[in-house]
Design a binder for this molecule. Structure first.
Ligand code: 13P
Length: 249
């Protein structure tokens, strides 16, 4: 059975004291839930966040990592560095990494391989831009993003992968995909997996939706049969909003 997951991507927000305060609030509110709960603070706060959530039901995950195992890559962070501070899951392929840091499918395929080789679970993000949706190309774009970064893997690798569909036009814009648009795309993603790897991989895959998820719309989006949770940006920065979204399950 696939898992429900609600993950907060904090992006480049929250210094150490803000991280402490938000985790303290979340720890008080989130004791048990019907979903796995994750938060992704910045690199500098991962160790602290890991320590601060140890006793609680929140997993701390990383927002990114480099594909090389070590070496002359100034400013980068490796898989083993993440593991050494307790991290077990990494977000890869976020549209902001693709848009602002030129991460393409080939780089992402390498990152996925490195993460899996280091026993990190991957939350793999992808999604079309507004122009793609307007021209009716959204399924072709999403299919290519998934195939190019993931379809070199064996079926067994997929137990350590979570997919996150984040249409770029819905990220940080206040414009959410309708629950029907999310469901249609998630169903298509599951079919794409099924065609290549069969129903075991497809049925067990958690597929998260991301893009302006809020307390007001989470329940309806999560009620769709192929939507297994959310990757939350802005609303993950406020404990009560994030808690309300977790509670939508
Ligand atoms: P928002 O929820 O702010 O739209 O961000 C979504 C996102 O990019 C999560 O990774």
């Amino acid at each position: 059975m696939r898992k429900n997951i609600v993950a907060g991507n904090w992006k480049m927000n929250n210094d150490l004291s803000q991280t402490e305060a938000l985790i303290s609030d979340l720890n008080k509110q989130i004791k048990t839930s019907n979903a796995e709960v994750m938060i992704a603070p910045s690199f500098t706060n991962l160790w602290h966040a890991f320590e601060a959530t140890r006793q609680d039901s929140i997993e701390v995950v990383a927002q990114n990592m480099h594909f090389a195992s070590n070496g002359a890559y100034t400013g980068e962070v490796s898989a083993s560095m993440l593991k050494s501070v307790g991290i077990q899951t990494v977000i890869l392929g976020h549209s902001e990494r693709r848009a602002y840091f030129n991460e393409d499918d080939a780089i992402l395929a390498q990152k996925v391989d490195t993460a899996l080789a280091n026993n990190l679970r991957v939350i793999f993000c992808f999604g079309e831009e507004l122009a793609d949706r307007k021209s009716g190309n959204e399924e072709a774009i999403v299919e290519a993003q998934i195939k190019n970064a993931l379809f070199h893997l064996d079926a067994s690798a997929f137990k350590n992968i979570v997919l996150a569909y984040e249409p770029v036009w819905a990220i940080g814009t206040g414009e959410t995909a309708s629950p029907e648009q999310a469901q249609d795309m998630h169903k298509f993603i599951r079919k794409t997996l099924n065609d290549k790897y069969g129903n075991q991989v497809a049925d067990n895959m958690s597929i998260l939706y991301g893009g302006s998820v809020k307390p007001a719309n989470a329940k309806e989006i999560f009620s769709k049969p192929d939507v297994d949770g959310g990757l939350i940006g802005g609303a993950a920065l406020k404990a009560e909003d994030f808690y309300a979204i977790v509670n939508a399950f």
